[in-house]
Design a protein around this ligand. Structure first.
Ligand code: SF4
Ligand code: SF4
Length: 60
């Protein structure tokens, strides 16, 4: 399970970056960068995302 960000929906609020327990998310100037090696698929980012942009899916 890995996080995925839908960049069409993301409003770059940064909320997901703050809740990730393993620091897998960083806010770039133009997008959310997900370090898939760090992500443990906990779903915290998807839960807090106000725009429904973050999803956690099976696989890569
Ligand atoms: S699913 Fe969990 S570990 Fe992965 S990016 Fe989101 S908050 Fe971080
Ligand atoms: S919480 Fe959602 S809208 Fe906010 S920066 Fe993260 S993915 Fe984008």
């Amino acid at each position: 399970m890995k996080a995925q960000c839908n960049t069409d929906k993301c409003i770059y609020c940064g909320a997901c970056v703050g809740v990730c327990p393993v620091g897998a998310l960083t806010l770039d100037e133009t997008r959310i960068v997900i370090d898939k090696k760090k992500c443990i698929g906990c779903g915290a980012c998807a839960k807090i995302c106000p725009a429904g942009a973050m999803t956690v899916k099976e696989g890569e």
